[in-house]
Design a protein around this ligand. Sequence first.
Ligand code: PLP
Ligand code: TYF
Length: 394
Amino acid sequence: MLGNLKPQAPDKILALMGEFKADPRQGKIDLGVGVYKDADGRTPIMRAVRAAEQRMLEAETTKSYAGLAGEPEFHKAMAEMILGDLYKPGTTAALATVGGTGAIRQALELARLANPGLKVFVSNPTWPNHVSIMNFMGVPVVEYRYFDAETRGVDFEAMKADISAAKQGDVVLLHGCCHNPTGANLTLEQWAEVAAILEKTGATPLIDLAYQGFGDGLEQDAAGTRLIASRIPEVLIAASCSKNFGIYRERTGILLALCADAATKELAQGTMAFLNRQTYSFPPFHGARIVSTVLTTPELRADWMAELEAVRGGMLKLREQLAAELRSLSGSDRFGFVAEHRGMFSRLGATPEQVKQVKEEFGIYMVGDSRINIAGLNQTTIPILARAIIEAGV
Ligand code: PLP
Ligand code: TYF
């Protein structure tokens, strides 16, 4: 039977990780997979996370099953972090999931149960896994224009025109902040225009929030999501704790379904718990408990926020340094977008040939679409990357 399987195309980002590992060259530079790294190339356990784990080790008395939809403390702490004062427990269904990816998958399953004829509008480009999951599920994908290859910013007029075609019963997938893979984001004014389009069409937004705290700050990065939540009666939010808590392998995420009324919330909540049961029964507990412990223990929360701010500030500084280096090497401002982008990523706008050249000649690994992970850089490698970009003729 298993011999009938057809080989699946590997995830290009994950495949690049293997290629980098296998490269014997000293001085190779990994700007591929979206994992935060400090100046020494390490992905540390955050202080507050370690402290929370130590407390949990002392306090926990059982490893028995916990909630099918996750723990109420985790739901509340995350919903408040994402929505602030807009969080209304009476109309918000919540589901602990296997990472942000699990939240996206369950959001799509939920939407499809509500509307079997579902179509999902996604930005061009988007995180490749979005499209891959939808293709696997057989959910039709409609791309909306997003990235302006010329300015490396958002082509907002095109985006507006394209998402206006979404209808009631369709889902429009939006990146809450720190767009992956481009780094180009909407302004708050633009979010308001998106909200107006959603109001008019009745389409349901699904906001993928995987990098809250990595862009302009914890509150600022939720501003677009909150604006949508304040105006649209039904909103799906798929949030990941992988990056902002640095707990990638713990697989921690949450799906929130903001509903128009309490009865719909009950319906959504029951269906979401059902979806967990159909997929893996109980969601991972450990990472979710780390997150709720950090968020609800004032001294841990303060320390976590300070460390997250340092991580964010470090990436911003790297952006500014890379932009400055490129300005001086190119004698122009055409790479100014590197400092304007936010989050871990920037799409440089290099051709596949240029990406290949940079890899082969300089040992610098970026994703094939010329996405770089800013956190993969440091003081030593910024000038090397800048020179490679210029020599490749980007
Ligand atoms: N959404 C986006 C845009 C991402 O970049 C990621 C990547 O990590 C995720 C969702 C899912 O994250 P995870 O499943 O690791 O929590
Ligand atoms: O875009 C990235 O690099 C991160 C990590 O299948 C990632 O989001 C990449 C691919 C994947 C899962 C996570």
